[in-house]
Design a protein around this ligand. Structure first.
Ligand SMILES: [Zn+2]
Length: 254
């Protein structure tokens, strides 16, 4: 029996699976959906305002993912804890998996972490979350997977001009296809390809370790977070993306 050294009885489960029997052959993933902090970590020494900002979670991403799961009848896996506790879209050995500083904010609860404390976050949050994703992908005939994120409009003194970005590496076709469908319905959008980030093995998990490793059609989608702060914005972007993703789903259903 494993004894928990991190999560207590009042802490939420690290993973939420929505609509597990959804019919679409597409698994939605949201690694930065939540902003919970295990009670034993005493809030990591940060303020609620910091947890509410982009360093704490991906603002609006969970709301878009939930609406997309419903609109597409697709299963979705959402991660519950703040990315400051452990970033589930990075390898646990990555330098910023449990960042001591995030976008200029010192995270006191991450300073000088003991190996056992790092391992507890991996064992009790990262591992069960990734196991839930693997379990879903193992048991259903998924053909595609999409990860939903949001990004801050301004970073390191630079205004990011994109409304939405698609991140990919080997599977350029899936992102291009979704982007084209989106551009056709909303030509006013500024769409970034491999913006505002680029994927690499050292700092990313979803693209290399899930999409590419399993040979699925995949794309990591980044929506600018000022578009999806409100439920109205989340509904608009979920609607846009559901239209963008439908041709992909139809292709694999027929
Ligand atoms: Zn993210």
């Amino acid at each position: 029996m494993t004894i928990s050294s991190l999560l207590g009885p009042r802490d939420p489960a690290p993973v939420e699976v929505l609509n597990p029997t959804g019919k679409a052959p597409l698994l939605l993933i949201c690694e930065h959906a939540g902003q919970a902090v295990p009670a034993r970590l005493s809030g990591l020494g940060v303020t609620q305002d910091q947890l509410d900002a982009h360093i704490g979670w991906d603002i609006g991403a969970a709301g878009v993912t939930r609406r997309l799961a419903k609109a597409l009848d697709a299963p979705a896996v959402l991660q519950t804890y703040s990315r400051l506790v452990i970033d589930c879209n990075r390898p646990p050995e990555a330098a910023d998996s449990m960042p001591e500083v995030s976008d200029g904010h010192v995270i006191p609860g991450n300073r000088g972490l003991a190996e056992a404390d790092r391992q507890a976050r991996i064992d009790e949050i990262f591992a069960p979350y990734q196991a839930a994703v693997a379990d879903m992908l193992d048991r259903a005939p998924f053909r595609a997977t999409v990860s939903i994120h949001s990004f801050t409009p301004r970073m390191n003194g630079f205004d990011r001009p994109w409304d939405i970005g698609f991140l990919f590496r080997r599977d350029e076709a899936t992102s291009t296809r979704i982007a084209r469908t989106l551009a056709a319905q909303a030509p006013e959008l500024t769409i970034g390809m491999n913006q505002p980030y680029q994927v690499d093995d050292a700092s990313d998990w979803f693209v290399p370790r899930i999409g590419e490793a399993r040979g699925l059609c995949h794309s990591l989608i980044e929506i600018r977070n000022d578009h999806i702060r409100s439920s109205t914005g989340q509904a608009l972007w979920a609607d846009r993306l559901s239209h963008g993703l439908r041709p992909l789903i139809m292709e694999h259903l027929t």
